[in-house]
Design a protein around this ligand. Structure first.
Ligand code: HEC
Length: 93
């Protein structure tokens, strides 16, 4: 019963692809989170971001700073990132 033992092995090994990597676990799941993760967790962890609560203007200035440090963010992604940050890490929370 080679087929059966292969199936048992697959069951026993679970589905690791479905659990997110630990570094991303802390980011609030909301529209734009994937865009942010793609651009903003390359050089440092998400904890750098989640520790902050700022206005759209200050997030904009910070993202500009990250771009000057080497982050490559298109105009479209820039808007998504600022919207995500302001919505989820805005000054009121
Ligand atoms: C090219 C690498 C790189 C990318 C990409 C990047 N950062 Fe950074 N980030 C840094 C470096 C380097 C620091 C340095 C921190 C320091 O001053 O010690 C930093 C610091 C920070 C800080 C702390 C700033 C402070 O003054 O303490 C925040 C918040 C942050 N990044 C958010 C972001 C966000 C949001 C993005 C996505 C737009 C992003 N980073 C993308 C390199 C990067």
């Amino acid at each position: 019963m080679l087929f059966l033992s292969a199936a048992m092995f697959l069951l026993a090994s679970g589905t690791p692809a479905q659990s997110p990597p630990p570094a991303s676990a802390k980011l609030i799941a909301a529209p734009g989170v994937e865009t942010l993760r793609r651009h903003c967790t390359l050089c440092h962890g998400a904890g750098m971001i989640t520790a902050r609560h700022m206005s759209a203007r200050r997030w904009g200035a910070l993202v500009d700073q990250m771009i000057s440090r080497g982050a490559k963010v298109s105009d479209e992604d820039y808007k998504v990132i600022i919207a995500y940050l302001t919505q989820n890490y805005g000054p009121s929370r």
